[in-house]
Each structure stands twice: as structure tokens, then as C-alpha cells.
Design a protein around this ligand. Structure first.
Ligand SMILES: NC(=O)c1ccc[n+]([C@@H]2O[C@H](COP(=O)([O-])OP(=O)(O)OC[C@H]3O[C@@H](n4cnc5c(N)ncnc54)[C@H](O)[C@@H]3O)[C@@H](O)[C@H]2O)c1
Ligand SMILES: O=c1ccn([C@@H]2O[C@H](COP(=O)(O)OP(=O)(O)O[C@H]3O[C@H](CO)[C@@H](O)[C@H](O)[C@H]3O)[C@@H](O)[C@H]2O)c(=O)[nH]1
Length: 324
């Protein structure tokens, strides 16, 4: 099936995608500077250490492996940090993506699957979120992803680039076979923090209890990382078969509040999550979920994990093994 260059493939989502690519018969070649990734998560193909902004290194790797497709996960992804240090985000997420797109052009690689985010929508007025809604991000992180989406569209029109932008909702869970973990440092995501809080009996801060939601806490659509991985593999086939370059929401259609999430964590870990109630976190939307119908229709994607307990269990199992 050939080589796929997985930029950022030593990270959380990228490493899960590599496993799925390998299972589908592709050879994932990981290109990562390890700023957040882990070399031991690269298990299903060669590892090439390198930075997005290093044009010569990108040229060398693209020329050597001649991938049929590039998957682009490499980015900074801390919303709060992007507000305080936007230059970091403009440089890595925007300039870095342009460096990659230009290297692809120089080397005759015309297909890309890009990690976008529901943060490109900003504060939505109608739910569920659909792909044709206006995108008006409210932080530099979301904006950096939107700029790249626009570039993909323009490069498609002008240079024939074939692209898919995947707008993930909340990536969650871990490889159920236990071969991959989630090791963000710092960790800011609700699920790993809540699992560690339950295991260590330390406190988890609930950010905001005064949202206009049934229990007052914010609602998100948690989509399993293995389902995200499956969608990426499907995207290659979709583009190869002549599918139109397009953006897809990857979501389950089911919203889970922070309190509901904590209850699921308690069931999975078998211990209470000690909580403190804190003010809202700046930049957090009250409610975000989407159907994922377009990805179902066009990519034939059906998320296998639709139950929050099942998602949280895959993460709790890994944390139990690695943090006890
Ligand atoms: N985790 C989520 O819930 C979520 C939701 C929406 C979108 N996303 C997007 O998905 C992608 C992957 O997210 P993740 O959670 O796996 O993050 P991650 O930090 O685990 O993975 C990103 C990888 O990119 C690498 N990287 C960063 N900058 C690089 C550079 N300049 N050159 C080479 N490698 C570089 C890092 O070392 C890391 O291995 C990101 O683009 C993120 O914005 C994530
Ligand atoms: O200690 C914590 C951490 C999180 N939350 C809440 O839990 C929910 C989920 O938070 P988190 O896991 O941090 O995810 P998001 O802030 O929704 O952001 C993730 O999902 C976005 C898409 O929704 C991506 O763009 C981001 O990169 C990714 O970090 C939110 O309501 C948070 O306010 C808490 O209450 N306490």
C-alpha cells in the first residue's frame, strides 16, 4: 500500500493512527521533533527525527520515502498557552504547515490529511455543529488551524492538492491493546487528569458549574482515538478513489458533561474523584458536539465507541498499568 509520512506521529493521536495505518497495510514513516512526542511510541515503521520548519530535512525525508500521502498532526495544541504566547502558535502551526505544504509541492506529493479541530468554529450558536457553519475561532490555536484549512483549499484550487481536514472534537481513550499511551506534559485534558485524581486521591478542579447545561458543567463530544485513527485510514482511500477534498467533523453525536465524565471515571477506576469547584476556564465553550454524519456518509466511518464508559475504561486501564 506504500509509505505514508506521519508528521507528528510520535504524539498521542498520530501514534494511534500509525498503528491503524500499519494494520491496513501501509508503512507509516514518522517525522517528529519529539518536542511533545515519544520515540518509543513509534512502533510500526521508521522514525525520522526532524522539525517542520527544517525544509532541507523535509526534502530529504520526502525524497527518500516518496510517500503517497502525508498526515499532518504536528502542532502545539494548548488553547490557554496560545492566548498568552500566540507567536509560538503562529510559527509552529502556521509557518510549520506552510513549510510542509511547500516541501510536498517540491517533492511531488499531492495528498494530505490534516488535523484540524472543532476549536475552529469558536462560539457556536446552534448544535449539533455541522461542517458548513461559519468558523470564527476565539483563540490563536483555533485560528492557526483555520488558516491552514484555508491554505489547503487554495492550494487545492491552484496546485491540485488533494486534502482532507479532520475537525476532531475531544480526542479521548487509548489503544485497548495497551500498546500506546497518552503522555502529554503538561497534561491539561480532563480524562487523564480525572483518572489520575481518582487513582491518587488528589483533587480534580471542575472548571465552571454555572453553565447553561442540565448539570451546570460544560458538555463535550468525546471521540475515541482509535475511531479517529480509522477515519484517517478511510480518508486515504476516499481521496485515492477520487473523493472531493473536504472537511469532516469527527464526533459521536453524544455530549457528556464534566460531571457525567467524572462519574464514568469513578466507575472505571473504582474510586471517587475528589473534586474542587473552580471558575470557568477562559476560552471554554459551554457545549460542543456534532453528529459526524458527513464522515459517516462520505468516508463510511462509524465510530465503534459510542459509550463514555467504554471510552474512559480504555484510558483507565492504561493509567492503572503505568502509574501504579
Ligand atoms: N487531543 C485533542 O483532543 C485534539 C483535538 C483537536 C485537534 N487536535 C490536533 O491533533 C493533533 C495531534 O494532537 P495530539 O493530542 O496527538 O498532540 P501531541 O502533542 O501528542 O502530538 C503532536 C506531535 O507533533 C510533534 N510536533 C510538534 N511540533 C512539531 C514540529 N515543529 N516538528 C515536528 N514535530 C512536531 C510533537 O512532538 C508531537 O509528537 C494536533 O495538531 C492537535 O492540534 C487534537
Ligand atoms: O482539569 C480540568 C480539565 C478540563 N476540564 C473541563 O473538561 C472539559 C474538557 O476539557 P479538555 O479535556 O481540556 O478539552 P478541551 O478544552 O475541550 O480541548 C480539547 O479539545 C479541543 C476540541 O474540542 C481541541 O482543540 C484541544 O486541542 C483539546 O485540548 C472542558 O469543559 C474543561 O473545562 C475541567 O473541568 N477540569
Amino acid at each position: 500500500m506504500g509509505n505514508v509520512l506521519v508528521v507528528g506521529g510520535a504524539g498521542y493521536i498520530g501514534s494511534h493512527v500509525c498503528k491503524a495505518l500499519h494494520a491496513a497495510g501501509y508503512t507509516p514513516v514518522v517525522y517528529d521533533n519529539l518536542v511533545y512526542g515519544h520515540e518509543d511510541a513509534v512502533k510500526w515503521g521508521p522514525f525520522e527525527h526532524g522539525d517542520l520548519l527544517d525544509a532541507a530535512r523535509l526534502d530529504e525525508v520526502l525524497a527518500r520515502y516518496r510517500p503517497s500521502c502525508v498526515m499532518h498532526f504536528a502542532a502545539y495544541a494548548y488553547v490557554g498557552e496560545s492566548v498568552n504566547d500566540p507567536a509560538k502558535y503562529y510559527s509552529n502551526n502556521i509557518s510549520g504547515s506552510f513549510a510542509l505544504l511547500d516541501a510536498m509541492r517540491r517533492n511531488g506529493v499531492d495528498t494530505i490529511v490534516f488535523s484540524s479541530t472543532c476549536a475552529t468554529y469558536g462560539e457556536v450558536e446552534t448544535l449539533p455543529v455541522s461542517e458548513d457553519m461559519p468558523q470564527a475561532p476565539v483563540n490563536p490555536y483555533g485560528f492557526s488551524k483555520l488558516v491552514v484549512e484555508h491554505a489547503l483549499r487554495d492550494y487545492g484550487r491552484a496546485y491540485g492538492l488533494k486534502w482532507v481536514a479532520m475537525r476532531y472534537f475531544n480526542a479521548a481513550g487509548l489503544d485497548p491493546e495497551g500498546e500506546l499511551g497518552e503522555r502529554h506534559d503538561p497534561e491539561t485534558h480532563a480524562i487523564p487528569l480525572a483518572i489520575l485524581a481518582a487513582m491518587r486521591q488528589t483533587e480534580f478542579s471542575v472548571f465552571g458549574t454555572d453553565y447553561d447545561t442540565p448539570d451546570g458543567t460544560a458538555i463535550r463530544d468525546y471521540v475515541h482515538v482509535c475511531d479517529l485513527a480509522d477515519a484517517h485510514v478511510r480518508a486515504i482511500g476516499y481521496l485515492r478513489d477520487g473523493g472531493r477534498s473536504d472537511a469532516f467533523n469527527l464526533a459521536t453525536g453524544r455530549g457528556t458533561s464534566v460531571k457525567e465524565l467524572l462519574a464514568a471515571v469513578e466507575r472505571a477506576v473504582g474510586a471517587p474523584v475528589p473534586v474542587t469547584f473552580a471558575p470557568r476556564r477562559e476560552g471554554d465553550a459551554p457545549m460542543l458536539f456534532a453528529t459526524g454524519d458527513k464522515a459517516r456518509d462520505k468516508l463510511g466511518w462509524t465510530p465503534q465507541y459510542t459509550d463514555i464508559d467504554a471510552i474512559v475504561r480504555t484510558a483507565a486501564d492504561w493509567f492503572r498499568r503505568h502509574h501504579n
